[in-house]
Design a protein. Sequence first.
Length: 317
Amino acid sequence: MTASQPAAPDTTAPTTSAAPRVGIAPDSWGVWNPVDAAQPSPEQYLREVAEAGFHWTELGPYGYLGTDADRLREQFAAHDLALSAGTAFAPLQREGSLEEVWAEVADVSRLVRALGGRHVIAIPALWERDPSGAVQGPRSFDREAWARFTIGHDEIGRRLREEFDLSLQFHSHAESPVGSYREVVRFLEDTDPAAVNLCLDAGHLAYYQADSERLIREHPERVGYLHLKQVEPDLLADVLKNDVPFAEAVRQGVMVEPPHGVPGYAPILELAARAHPGLFAIVEQDMYPLADLSEPLRIARRTHEHIVGCGADVRFR
């Protein structure tokens, strides 16, 4: 660099404290299971998250990164990483499921708390499919199951706050009983905002044509966390028309890197920043199983560049 060449601006520096804190999750490295030979190693994941320019990450499936808090703390420090959240499945619609779910949530919460995270993300049980791909059982909850589901989330959220000082964020999901716009809104209306709020996953909402911007505008106080994700709309149309299973749709590439899908990130980030200053916005791109274990790093770098240039005020640390 010469005296006539000014230093490049630091595009990772926050402009305001209200800017969303952007990170990335193991999903973006094709991680769906705690242990799976088809997935990158935890060591590769942590190293490449830092190489791609990210600071915040999630735990992914409980056990993938390990459960030894002291060892994980050392690994995070070695790569200058920090934790935003952990994840647990919460099939609370089932009779007598509350204590079983709580035991799993508590395990995740102890690790999240030890590593300085602030949130636990709850995912509903997904539809079951037989070997032919046909859905087995109901796609939606009946009245009794819905009541157990919402009351259970309120109870888990209260315990999480009281025992761990963590926040519960509910994550709607493709091929689950809570996936459409109306189902998500019904969940928000039937739960206590002091106990549970929404991890708004832009891709899973778009999977059923739900509008993330509308949801933030209509329920700003309930959006406590973001997952940044895009779907490829033309492939999605075929997936829905032909009832292609979600896992197969992912294999076909229904989840894509920006800017090749919908929705756009900038409007969501801007609205969320006004609704909940400083919230986490974590990149997730489902891509299981990977054809090439080296591909996630290249995609993550391009995604980082896209977010830096998308026009929204964000921070990466």
